[in-house]
Design a binder for this molecule. Structure first.
Ligand code: ADP
Length: 175
């Protein structure tokens, strides 16, 4: 695993990083899971900004990413990205998941954010198998870090113990 990548267990809304990533849906109008938690913690300013973005650009397509402020969160900004819904693996899910990570990292690099925290995109409501998603997340982030100086540190924030163990296991295999 890349030395600038860390795996931790916790709540992404509480992380003291420059930018956190939201596993949003393409409407950008809020949802359950980590999206709901981020909006609850950030407060109404974030939802207002997302509504504006939804109106002006019609949301965010799967695999892409957009930047907003962070309202009351400790982070300075939020990158909203949309992972794929798992439909059995034959609908380009792996490529779309890698794009969600890559486009988020690209936005962070453009804005010179030093630290970024990701949730396990698509592994909740969107049903992506956790082990396969872990492999893609770790590989995509490691490759990006090899080629870019920013972001300087990437945290993968696992909400539950099972995901944390899985990500740790996969990172050891990748070494
Ligand atoms: P998706 O729709 O992309 O599957 P979810 O929000 O349903 O998004 O789930 C993505 C991952 O985020 C899941 O592994 C879920 O356990 C995790 N998650 C939920 N709440 C939080 C949180 N507060 N901090 C970090 N991860 C979270």
């Amino acid at each position: 695993m890349h030395s600038r990548l860390r795996i931790i267990q916790g709540d992404i809304t509480r992380q003291q990083v420059d930018v956190i990533v939201n596993a949003a849906n393409s409407s950008l109008l809020g949802g359950g899971g980590v999206d709901g938690a981020i909006h609850r913690a950030a407060g109404p300013a974030l939802l207002a900004e997302c509504r504006q973005l939804a109106a002006s650009r019609g949301g965010c397509p799967t695999g892409e990413a957009v930047l907003t402020g962070a309202g009351n969160l400790p982070a300075r900004a939020v990158i909203h990205t949309v992972g794929p819904v798992w439909r059995g693996g034959g609908q380009g899910e792996a490529e779309l998941l890698a794009s969600a990570y890559n486009n988020s990292l690209q936005l962070a690099a453009e804005h010179r954010f030093a630290t970024i925290a990701f949730p396990a995109i698509s592994t909740g409501i969107y049903g992506y198998p956790k082990a396969a998603a872990a492999t893609i997340a770790l590989r995509t982030i490691s490759q990006f870090l090899q080629q870019h100086d920013y972001p300087q540190q990437v945290w993968l924030v696992c909400f539950d113990e099972e995901s944390y163990r899985l990500y740790r296991q996969h990172s050891e295999q990748a070494d």
